[in-house]
Design a protein around this ligand. Structure first.
Ligand SMILES: [Zn+2]
Length: 143
């Protein structure tokens, strides 16, 4: 990973999955979106989802007994609005080690998911699996 490749323009983007649902009131994703991607040959391979869906999915790991488990950093950052969730996080995305995303997915696999949450889970699993085949970490940006 070089700093060069983290400054790639947004045009170098391939959508692996676009799961953004517009707001039912205003017709745009007014509450923001979350992107997760890896780099392959300087091109971002990304999934994007609206924040509410993403928050519901990760929120399932931050409540009740699960919250007392030793959670992956990727999840505790979400719970505490730190790291990649921090308001000052770089727009080029925060790198997330595959091991953290894999640990997150392992925990989510033990949780009951509805159809939409399952779509996001599958998309995260896909981008994680494909990213593992590259030298790139995953990047996440919470807009
Ligand atoms: Zn709205």
């Amino acid at each position: 990973m070089t700093s060069e490749s983290s400054r790639i323009p947004p045009s170098d983007l391939v959508m692996v999955a676009d799961l953004v649902l517009p707001c039912s009131h205003c017709g745009i994703p007014c509450t923001g979106t979350v992107m997760v991607w890896f780099l392959r040959e300087e091109i971002r391979h990304a999934i994007e989802v609206d924040r509410p869906t993403f928050d519901i999915l990760l929120g399932k790991l931050c409540v009740g007994e699960r919250a007392s488990d030793e959670l992956p950093r990727f999840v505790t950052d979400w719970c505490a609005s730190t790291g990649w969730m921090d308001i000052d996080a770089a727009e080029v995305g925060t790198p997330v080690p595959h091991i953290e995303m894999t640990a997150t997915l392992t925990r989510l696999a033990q949780v009951e998911l509805d159809e939409r949450e399952r779509q996001l889970f599958d998309a995260l699993r896909r981008v994680t699996r494909e990213g593992l085949a590259t030298d790139s970490p995953l990047f996440v940006y919470y807009d």
